[in-house]
Design a protein around this ligand. Structure first.
Ligand code: DGJ
Length: 336
């Protein structure tokens, strides 16, 4: 009798217990990065961090980007922030910028490609972004500042870096901690400039690469600098290219395709290269946007480990993969 009851109780418990178990199984944290697919955050929403950038503070990565979710106030521009310890599972920390045209650029004004730098000296988080009117004629950067990584960022000012036109911006922090802004100066090319001590202005130009490229991204890998950029084709993907140099100031090599030209970078455009230095290996991750200009909230991300070294760089064909954040190693996902 006693045994019978226990079995019945067990069955009942299991039946009820199964429900949360199944839920947990469905919502279990993703282990795999799936280039081009929907990328759910901790709430199950597709990550909204387009044209973004990533910084690491202590053991946490913060991903900032253009928040393009449906149903937002069309007069405002938003920058989202997500946090992660493994670059795979992302917790939405909120829209850290919600701005209404602070410089009177008119309806359709633009805030694109936000990048956040953490300044050790001032202990401030400094956000740079491409700020423009709807015809992209103003071509300047905006700056907003916060005491915390997850905002709120307060708008400070806007300017043209060293009086040059600036549209797409990229962020590069060298191994010695020096912070640079990469920006596209339409008449001349691709500029790399060092930020001032407090990061609130530009100290000096380091280099002008006379190549007409945007989506600028740089990595310092085993003694060599690699710069990636895309051609100027609006929202349409094109063959992104790379060049190398032993010094940021150049001279830079000629540009070569990072992927077979006919794939148009597998439909993506560069925004940043993340260097993951683990205790066994270093992985350089290409971080690209797959834009969907008609349904921007559905724009996707193409993140893939680069094959890189000795002056060569190649973006492999995108496939699901896993990163071991501690060892720095990665592998293709199996059975997914
Ligand atoms: C390409 C840029 O990289 C994007 O950030 C955006 O400005 C589009 N052009 C607009 O066409």
């Amino acid at each position: 009798m006693k045994i019978k009851f226990s079995i019945r109780a067990l069955i009942i418990l299991m039946a009820f217990g199964m429900i949360p178990y199944l839920n947990f199984a469905q919502n279990s944290p993703p282990k795999v990065i799936r280039p081009g697919e929907l990328w759910p955050d901790n709430n199950g929403n597709h990550i909204q961090a387009h044209g973004g950038g990533i910084i690491k503070v202590k053991d946490t990565y913060f991903w900032y980007g253009e928040e393009r979710a449906n149903g937002l106030d069309s007069n405002k521009r938003y920058v989202s922030c997500y946090a992660s310890k493994d670059l795979t599972n992302w917790t939405f920390k909120g829209d850290v910028v919600q701005m209404t045209d602070p410089d009177n650029l008119g309806s359709g004004w633009l805030l694109e490609r936000p990048k956040v730098y953490y300044n050790q000296k001032t202990q401030k988080y400094v956000l740079y972004f491409h700020m423009d009117n709807k015809t992209y004629k103003v071509a300047k950067v905006g700056i907003a500042v916060s005491d915390k990584p997850d905002g709120n960022f307060k708008y400070l000012k806007s300017f043209r870096p060293l009086d040059h036109e600036s549209r797409d911006i990229g962020q590069f922090i060298d191994d010695d901690g020096t912070a640079y802004l990469v920006f596209e100066d339409r008449p001349f090319g691709f500029r790399i400039a060092k930020l001032a001590d407090d990061y609130l202005s530009i100290e000096k130009e380091i280099c002008l690469i006379p190549a007409h490229m945007e989506g600028g991204a740089i990595i310092h890998y085993k003694g060599l600098y690699y710069a990636i950029g895309s051609a100027l084709t609006g929202w349409k993907a094109n063959p992104n290219k790379y060049a190398t140099a032993t010094s940021l100031a150049g001279p830079w090599s000629d540009f070569k395709d990072i992927a077979p030209a006919e794939t148009n970078t597998y439909g993506s455009q560069s925004t940043m290269i993340i260097k993951v230095v683990g205790d066994k290996s270093t992985t350089a991750i290409f971080m690209g946007d797959i834009w969907k200009p008609k349904t921007q909230s559905d724009s996707r991300y193409l993140w893939m480990p680069l094959e890189i070294g000795e002056g060569n760089l190649r973006l492999p064909e995108p496939k699901p993969w896993e990163l071991n954040i501690k060892s720095g190693e990665w592998k293709y996902a199996t059975g997914q």
